[in-house]
Each structure stands twice: as C-alpha cells, then as structure tokens.
Design a protein around this ligand. Structure first.
Ligand SMILES: Nc1ncnc2c1ncn2[C@@H]1O[C@H](COP(=O)(O)OP(=O)(O)OP(=O)(O)O)[C@@H](O)[C@H]1O
Length: 291
C-alpha cells in the first residue's frame, strides 16, 4: 500500500510530460494500423492484456502475426510468439509470404518465378535479423509458459508476448479442464503481463453465428467464457469480415477491428484491408475510393 503523495504524483506527471515531448518514444507496442495506434496512444501497453477474438477462419492468427511482424521486423522490438494453431513451418511460410509479398498458395505449390525467389531471399534476411522468437508446443501448462516467458524477457529483452490460442494453454490440474479454465488463464496472463511489464496479446475463439442471423457481426457475448475475458482484458478486439461467410458482399476485402473494450479510452470500429493471399491485414490507403 502506498500513499498517493506528492513524490508519486510528480513521477506520474513527469511520465506524462516525457510522452508529450516525444510521442514517438511511446513504450507501447504499435500494431502498425494507423487509426488503431492513434486510438490506443501508440498500441499495446506494457503490463496490459489484449485479446483478439473472431469466429473461425476470419484471420485472427493472421492479425496476431501481423502485429508481431510489425514490431519485430519493422520496429526491431523483441517479440515472442507461442502458437498452438499451426506448425513452425506454416508460421514461417506465412511470414515469408507476407514479408516477400509472394502469395502463400504459390509458395506451397512451388509455382514461383525468378522475381519471387529474389523477394523471398530478401525477406529471409530480414526475418533472420529480426528479434522474433517462436515456439510451437503441442501442449503447454500455464506454469511452463510463465517460466519460458520470464526467461525470454530476462535474456532476450522481449517486450511483446503473443499466444495464438488461449484455450490451448493447459491448466495445472486435470480437474480444472472443465469450468473455469479460460477465466483462470485470463487472470494468470494479466498477472504475468504486469509482473514482467510486457504487452501480452492472445487470440480466442468466438462461437459460430447462428445460420438464420443475417447480421453476423460478433458481440462480446459470443466469447467462450465471455465474462472472464470481458472483465480481464484491457483491450478486446473482435475481428469481423463480411466476406468471410462466402456470400456476396459489397465490402469484399475489408475487415472490421471492433474494439469492444478499451480500459484507457473509447471503443471504436477500425476498418482495414484483408489480403488473404499474402496472409496480412493492412491499412486502407487514405485516397482509396476517391476521384
Ligand atoms: N492463399 C490464400 N489466399 C486467400 N486467402 C487465404 C489464403 N490462405 C488463407 N486464406 C484465408 O485466410 C483466412 C484464415 O486465416 P487465419 O488462419 O489467420 O484465420 P483464423 O481466424 O486464425 O482461422 P482458424 O479459425 O482456422 O484458427 C481464411 O479466410 C482463408 O480463406
């Protein structure tokens, strides 16, 4: 317990002044999406827990990878990724495809031209040089994860920890497999973020939209263990693509990042572009649709 006295308030005001003097030096980890970073004062804050949730196949693994790639490759900030959703090889193909801008299906089928190989070679060098650490365990308990994360923060200076699949972290005890599993994980991840002073980013599933419902936009109630995530997350992003339902859509190629909860500011919906062939989301160019 501490008294909110003059010394503590001076320190806090010094931090605010330093940020005002050099807004680009924010300790937040940027997402690379201009409107998102503007809304969140620079991105994902150290000590905070961000949850990206979507219905199946909407691209939440892609969005998580985009944020990690932006930090590690574009900004040179150390990032650690755990994924239960894909093999290391698949993650690497996705990364190479995005970075080289060579379609993922071409890389998998081998239908590549000379220029593709040149771009892949350049991307390979950029990925090799980046402070990006990847782990693809088939199974992991929260305690094992916490130990690995602490080690990476201490030895590699990791500032962003990302986990693709919060539901796949195993509880310590078998009897926790049912019931409060995700809720417990959320609380433990939040504590970890605060203790290690890093930004933690996780993905979570949303229930499928009922077939008869026309407006498929997701809601907080669609989260598995919605209360725990809604209370525990500092930032909750519901990812939605109208064209992800195989129907004709006049919003083809667009994706909504619905900020359903933001502890430090207003909620909003940010629209970005989805390029599935390159496995990435990008800002929509400012002049798109004009003229
Ligand atoms: N080569 C490609 N060209 C176009 N779209 C692609 C390609 N490869 C994947 N996609 C699209 O990317 C989306 C899947 O991306 P991602 O794996 O990030 O989604 P997810 O929400 O994490 O999926 P899941 O629910 O299966 O875990 C799908 O809509 C898929 O159609």
């Amino acid at each position: 317990m501490m008294h909110l006295g003059s010394e503590y308030l001076s320190e806090t005001l010094d931090l605010i002044k330093a940020r005002a003097a050099a807004p680009d030096d924010s300790t937040a980890m940027p997402t690379g999406f201009e409107d998102f970073d503007a809304l969140t004062a620079g991105g994902l804050r150290p000590g905070s827990l961000t949850v990206i949730a979507s219905r199946p196949g909407m691209g939440r693994s892609t969005l998580m990878a985009d944020i990690c790639r932006h930090n590690a490759l574009a900004k040179g900030r150390p990032v650690a990724v755990w994924t239960f959703e894909e093999e290391a090889h698949d993650f690497t193909v996705r990364l190479l495809s995005t970075q080289a801008r060579v379609a993922r299906h071409s890389m998998l089928s081998g239908a590549l031209v000379e220029d593709d190989w040149t771009r892949i070679a350049k991307a390979r060098g950029q990925i090799e040089a980046a402070p990006l650490h990847l782990s693809t365990p088939s199974s992991l308990t929260m305690a094992q994860f916490a130990d690995e994360a602490a080690e990476l923060v201490a030895t590699r200076g990791v500032r962003l920890i990302a986990i693709d699949g919060i539901h796949d972290i195993r509880p310590e005890r078998r009897r926790d497999l049912h019931g409060r599993k995700d809720g417990t994980a959320v609380q433990e991840l939040k504590t970890l973020a605060r203790d290690l002073k890093v930004a933690v980013l996780v993905t979570s599933h949303l229930k499928r939209a009922p077939k008869q419902v026309v407006d498929k936009r997701p809601h907080v109630d669609d989260l598995r263990d919605s209360d725990a995530i809604a209370y525990g997350a500092d930032l909750l992003v519901l990812l939605h693509r109208e064209d992800g339902y195989g129907q004709e859509s006049d919003r083809a190629g667009e994706a909504d990042l619905i900020i359903a909860k933001y502890r430090h500011g207003p909620c909003a919906t940010i629209t970005v572009a989805f390029q599935g062939h390159y496995g990435r989301f990008i800002d929509i160019p400012r002049n798109a649709g004009q003229g």
